[in-house]
Write a protein that binds this ligand. Structure first.
Ligand SMILES: [Zn+2]
Length: 294
């Protein structure tokens, strides 16, 4: 038996290895999904010499390191980004394991994290977030919520519905409410942006990605802090790129990575981040400051 002080580090290390393997699969998804190719067939092969890669060429992190990022058969060089995605996924999974421990909650969050990481890179590469990613992430969120409802470990959200004659309350699962709200917000912002700037500012992929995050966070303060982090990060990155003259005012800035960053920040640090953000953005604090108490 492991000593109690070693259980969490051991579990996190195991999660790191699982994450690195998942990252290896995400590399396939990132390349193939935007091209509408199957993520299962054909098996991994070198894109230059077409040699089918063997299991020893596909060990996450290790193979690329040992081969110094070159193909064993033709010597062509591969981007270190494949290594980076495996490492990042491993670290995120280890972080989730550390944060949530050996709980069922870990499973849907791991699915969401994997989908978010893949979406970041497809959005950067192709300005596209494949439906497969957002669908799997949303299903994990709704599925987990429904499982909790069946086991009476959570409750439906009661939404008052005005109806001629009498008002009644509709019972909606948290995940569905969060999904509709988050997707709706991005859809609305995108619609206003398109009207103002006369070009598409948010894609359908952004709407679906936000909805998938909403399915996990529900209609809660965490959903609010997800949006606050995403918008703050988006503005900061936009301003930095403008100052560095890497971007002109009319250039397109993919919003998927900001949404993913906001969601990951809440998954990892929500318990501290959300109360702090609610305090900062609370209108009553604004009034208090304006009244000269600063
Ligand atoms: Zn090759």
């Amino acid at each position: 038996m492991l000593s109690p002080s070693l259980v969490v580090p051991a579990f996190a290390s195991w999660a790191f290895l699982v994450g690195a393997s998942v990252g290896s699969f995400l590399n396939v998804c990132i390349y193939r999904l935007p091209r509408n190719e199957s993520v299962v067939f054909p098996a991994s092969h070198c894109p230059w010499c077409n040699t089918r890669l063997r299991l020893t060429d596909l060990v996450p992190l290790v193979s690329q390191l040992v081969l110094r990022s070159r193909c064993r058969y033709c010597g062509q060089w591969f981007s270190w980004r494949y290594f980076g995605v495996e490492l990042l996924t491993g670290l995120c999974f280890a972080g989730l394991a550390w944060r949530y421990g050996f709980t069922w909650q870990l499973l849907p969050y791991a699915v969401l994290t994997a989908a978010l990481l893949a979406a970041v890179f497809t959005d950067l590469d192709c300005w596209l977030i494949p439906d497969e990613l957002t669908l799997v992430a949303a299903l994990a969120g709704v599925g987990y919520d429904l499982a909790l409802l069946v086991r009476h470990q959570t409750q439906m959200l009661r939404v008052p519905v005005p109806w001629p004659g009498h008002e009644f309350q509709a019972a909606v699962p948290q995940s569905v409410a969060g999904m509709l709200f988050a997707g709706g917000v991005v859809l609305l912002v995108g619609w206003i942006g398109t009207r103002l700037f006369r070009k598409e500012s948010m894609g359908g992929g952004d709407v679906k990605l936000a909805a998938a995050v909403g399915a996990h966070l529900g209609l809660t303060a965490h959903l609010l802090s997800f949006f606050l982090v995403a918008v703050t990060a988006g503005s900061a990155v936009g301003i930095i790129l403008l100052i560095a003259r890497r971007k002109h005012g009319k250039d397109y800035l993919p919003f998927g990575p900001m949404l993913a960053g906001g969601a990951l920040a809440v998954l990892f640090f929500g318990q501290w981040l959300t109360p702090a953000l609610v305090r900062i953005y609370d209108p009553s604090v604004l009034w208090w400051l304006l009244a000269g108490h600063s």
